[in-house]
Design a protein around this ligand. Structure first.
Ligand code: ADP
Length: 487
């Protein structure tokens, strides 16, 4: 990895607390492996509750100075951080490909996406406006101000090692909150490179902290129960999100959760098939199917089912798979063996219940430990695991449907409600379906919906709160109402 980097000092193998690079108390470490080859890349400190507590206390000490800065001063530091991320896009992308597996071009795309939140919230830092409410009685005045909530604990997953951090930290930092970040132990180097750049950008010590360890629950429990922490931002699985919500209840913390999805992609008879195939590929196979907004269930209307499945299989067959640094590769490995096992289990379960493999359907052991061939299944039905559970892998199951009412019922028949997509041209149908889908986000004739300017988030058991956009900063402030009398 180091030989690929223009600036090797971005590859840090220590945690970052209170403005210093530090090891775990006992000196213990955790290995970090390349998912494409299984080879070790390096180590990081194996920290626990004690180190996390110190990071929280450091953040709290840094808070008064950070919140006292003007929005413009904080904006300038965030802007420098954004510029540094973009100036080091190739290196940050290479670090990500090495630890996460996604193709380098896609990794660089994530760096630009992650950085866009820093740019956006640098701009928003100056616009944390309050309100003046017309008085309800003579001699009184009412003012509403927004103040930073306090120390923010941020727990992030391995599938977007950069962007899930910036999506939480940029708004927190912009409004005046210090942060303690716990990245996934499989992808810590992207987080540590961000810390290195945060230091260069000029964040005061203690404002930006990264702790890492083997035991996610030791660090997570400290973040979710320590009374100093006033807000938890989490992206990850629904079961862990529920656990954190319970833990955070003890001190009534604010909490934002971006949890699992089970996204429907609906292709109606009047869809533009070529566009629908492109959108399905983009939504389904990005990051090898390992995103919470990946299409998980693809519903195709009767009249175009066969044509669509043929066109999709051909497009899937044209995708180049391999190590993320190889030229032209668009599909990398899965993150670990357990992820491949789950994909295999879902495909086997579907086939046992009558689905047909139209393309793929097997592991690719020759390519590396964690590769699964991109797969298209036809004849899938709601009694299969692949309908109920998030597959988080490169498998496109095609469900056949007859009419709009039936497909809406099936699409909403899940406890999840994050992203949804559909392809149709009839204007009435577009409105009806968009309004009927019980999802936080709807892509109409589009397979990629993420952008820093729009609110990202889910309904039902997919989460709480929104990230990005003008709404994103509200998650990190307290509203305070001030009544002035005697005027
Ligand atoms: P994913 O399926 O994306 O790995 P997880 O919910 O397992 O989802 O992990 C997301 C993040 O939550 C990671 O940083 C992981 O280390 C962390 N995590 C996992 N278990 C716990 C826990 N018990 N408490 C706090 N954080 C946890």
């Amino acid at each position: 990895l180091v030989s690929r980097l223009k600036d090797p000092s971005l590859f840090r193998q220590q945690a970052y607390v209170d403005g210093a690079w530090v090891d775990a108390d006992g000196g213990g470490t955790v290995d970090v492996d390349d998912p494409a080859t299984g080879r070790k890349i390096g180590t990081v400190p194996d920290m626990g509750a004690a180190e996390t507590r110190r990071a929280i206390e450091a953040a709290n000490r840094a808070w008064p100075e950070w919140r006292a800065k003007t929005g413009k001063e904080r904006a300038a530091i965030l802007r420098r951080w954004f510029d540094l991320m973009m100036a080091n896009q190739d290196d940050l992308g290479a670090i990500m490909t090495a630890e996460q597996g996604k193709p380098w071009a896609e990794a660089k795309g994530e760096i630009a996406y992650g950085a866009s939140f820093v740019e956006w919230f640098a701009e928003e830092a100056k616009r944390v406006y309050g309100d003046i409410i017309p008085n309800h009685a003579p001699g009184k005045r009412i003012v509403v101000i927004k103040q930073p909530v306090g120390v923010v604990g941020s727990i992030t997953p391995w599938n977007f090692p950069n962007a899930m951090i910036t999506r939480k930290c940029a708004p927190a930092l912009a409004v005046g909150c210090p942060v303690v970040i716990k990245p996934a132990k499989m992808t810590p180097y992207s987080a540590l490179a961000l810390a290195e750049l945060a230091e260069r950008a000029g964040f005061p010590k203690g404002v930006f902290n990264v702790v890492i360890g083997k035991s996610a629950s030791a660090i997570g429990t400290e973040l979710a129960t320590n009374p100093i922490v006033r807000k938890i931002g989490f992206t990850g699985s629904t079961p862990i999100g529920k656990e954190l919500m319970k833990q955070a209840a003890g001190t009534v913390k604010k909490i934002s959760l971006e949890l699992g999805g089970n996204a429907p992609m609906i292709i109606f008879d009047d869809a533009d098939i070529d566009a629908a195939v492109q959108g399905t590929i983009a939504s389904k196979f990005r990051n090898a199917g390992q995103t919470c907004v990946c299409a998980n269930r693809i519903f195709v209307q009767d009249g175009i089912y066969d044509r669509f499945s043929e066109a999709l299989s051909a497009a899937v067959g044209a995708m180049k798979q391999g190590g993320g640094f190889e030229d032209g590769v668009v599909l990398g490995p899965l993150i670990e063996g357990a992820a491949v096992d789950k994909v295999e289990e879902h495909v086997q379960d579907a086939v046992a219940k009558g689905a047909k493999v139209a393309y793929g359907g097997q592991r690719l052991a020759d390519m590396g430990p964690n590769f699964y061939k991109p797969t298209v299944l036809t004849g899938t039905t709601p009694d299969m695991k692949i309908f109920r559970e998030e597959t988080f892998g490169p498998v496109a199951p095609l469900f056949r449907f007859k009419d709009e009412a039936e497909v809406i019922r099936h699409a909403n028949d899940t406890e999840y409600g994050l992203a949804s997509y559909f392809y149709a041209r009839d204007l009435g149908r577009v409105w009806r379906v968009a309004e009927a889908l019980e999802y936080g986000m709807v892509g109409v004739n589009e397979g990629v919906i993420s952008t820093e300017v729009a609110p990202f988030g889910g309904m039902k058991e997919s989460g709480l709160g929104r990230e990005g956009s003008k709404y994103g900063a509200d998650e990190f402030v307290e509203l305070k109402y001030i009544l002035m009398g005697g005027i």
